[in-house]
Design a protein around this ligand. Structure first.
Ligand code: ADP
Ligand code: ASP
Ligand code: MG
Length: 440
């Protein structure tokens, strides 16, 4: 029998009513045998995610050795959920164990992971499925890197023994038994890892929207829905800020070409978005598939006459970044100039040192650090089949009075990335969206 892995995000787990919807979705299809869950998220926009509250608990403990006040709010939420669901579990026993652990281990990863752990215990009781603790199957090495092969083996062994099971998302453990988490939003990765191990026919990722939209619904109202996109398009869009799915969730499913189906817990009739290994011919009818963007970038602009003739110029610049442990995202270059586009979080506190050391290393005519950058990616396989896409894109930005600070088109011609001032970010996304998706 085909099996499906289903992952439910934070809003799907936020309260008893949503958890009941989750249970109904799982039970309505007997192939939905493996369930991965996030920690309860926000119930309304001013609410706090359980994961954020758990990070606060960790900080409380660092500051004053205990976290009673914040943890009581977490306790109240879980007690409320269990009471309303009317399930027979001693949630206080689990909550005591978690509070003690946060104080004892003083680990941000341990604290943060407990929302998924408790959410998993609850949903396994609701469904009557076995509970597989992610710490026993999702494995990280001593440097904190995810060990995909060992994990694959452990998950295969565990599911052989259990049948239908719930696995909490977001965390695992290292050799020494310490809890380690993926980066934020990482339950998507856990779902993909389980899908690979059980050779799922599909990895269903249930969230709070009808699927992938052509752009961020928080920037453009009701953007066009995407029926299908490819792994590569997803990777570009997710990496560049379309946070429906964690950008790393593609790697585990790529091993066996398992499609991902984004679905809406609050509108289960909708077919959602299919993410497939390669695109059907007809998707090329569309010039672009989607637009995504991120703010919070700086650029180091370096100018030097005849730099193109200076052997090892770029290597010397990049070795400075390596020395300071800074990774860059783009390096557009001209004949006599080169720019490094770097996330602010990477550069924080090291700006002056990096600029000074580059100056020493390559003695530029001019070097400048410019901040307040946003990057916008316009993505689609269809682009490589259509002449003039970049011209249309630039024209739409010019008409909207947006200055393009940088433009970069990859060799594969499936994405064009522009850098704009952050003040123009939403205006730029809207202009590109209107150009390619609005009926004219
Ligand atoms: P979950 O908690 O289920 O993992 P997330 O909050 O991580 O959900 O991801 C879903 C959210 O992603 C949506 O509510 C939406 O606001 C946001 N989002 C950003 N870009 C897009 C896009 N291109 N299409 C759809 N949703 C998007
Ligand atoms: N709960 C974690 C977070 O808020 C992981 C996830 O939701 O995927 O980032
Ligand atoms: Mg998410």
């Amino acid at each position: 029998m085909a099996v499906k892995v289903v992952k439910f995000g934070g809003t799907s787990m936020a309260d008893a009513a949503s958890i009941t919807k989750v249970a109904n979705i799982v039970k309505s299809d007997s192939e939905r045998k493996y369930v991965v869950v996030s920690a309860p998220g926000k119930r309304y926009s001013e609410d706090r995610k359980i994961t954020d509250m758990l990070y606060s608990c960790y900080h409380d403990v660092e500051l004053c050795g205990e976290c009673r006040e914040t943890f009581d709010k977490i306790r109240e939420r879980f007690r409320g959920i269990v009471k309303e669901l009317d399930i027979d579990i001693n949630i206080d026993k689990y909550l005591d164990e978690v509070e003690e652990g946060i104080v004892k281990y003083r680990s941000a990863d341990y604290a943060a992971s407990r929302g998924e752990y408790l959410g998993g215990i609850i949903i396994s009781a609701v469904l009557g499925y076995s509970f597989i603790d992610a710490k026993d199957v999702i494995k990280f090495n001593a440097s904190g890197d995810f060990d995909s092969e060992l994990t694959n083996e452990y998950v295969k062994n565990a599911v052989r023994k259990t049948g239908n099971a719930v696995i909490p998302g977001f965390y695992g453990s290292d050799d020494a038994g310490n809890i380690v988490t993926f980066s934020r939003g990482g339950s998507d990765i856990t779902g993909a890892v389980i899908a690979r191990a059980v050779e799922a026919s599909v990895y269903e990722n249930w969230t709070d929207v009808d699927g992938f939209m052509t752009t961020d619904p928080r920037v453009v109202k009701n953007p066009v829905h995407i029926e299908q996109l490819t792994y590569r398009e997803l990777r570009e869009l997710a990496y560049m800020g379309a946070n429906v799915l964690h950008p790393e969730s593609i790697f585990p499913v790529r091993y066996s070409n398992i499609p991902i189906n984004i679905r809406n817990t609050f509108n289960p009739e909708h077919k959602g978005t299919m993410i497939v290994p390669a695109s059907d011919e007809n998707t090329h009818n569309k010039t672009i598939t989607g637009i995504a963007g991120k703010s919070g970038y700086s650029t180091i602009f370096i100018e030097k006459s005849m730099m193109n003739k200076e052997l090892g110029f770029a290597r010397r610049v990049l070795s400075v970044l390596e020395y300071y442990g800074v990774s860059f995202e783009h390096m557009p270059s001209g004949i006599d100039s080169l720019s490094l586009v770097i996330p602010d979080a990477e550069l924080a506190g090291k700006e002056k040192a990096v600029v000074n050391r580059i100056t020493k290393a390559v003695q530029p005519d001019h070097i400048e650090l410019l901040s307040g950058y946003s990057l916008i990616a316009t993505v689609g396989h269809g682009m490589s089949f259509k002449i003039g896409t970049a011209a249309r894109l630039c024209d739409s930005l010019a008409k909207a009075n947006v200055n393009i600070r940088m433009i970069d088109q990859g060799y594969s011609e499936m994405s064009i990335i522009v850098g704009v001032d952050t003040k123009d970010y939403e205006k730029a996304i809207t202009a590109i969206y209107n150009e390619f998706f609005l009926e004219k």
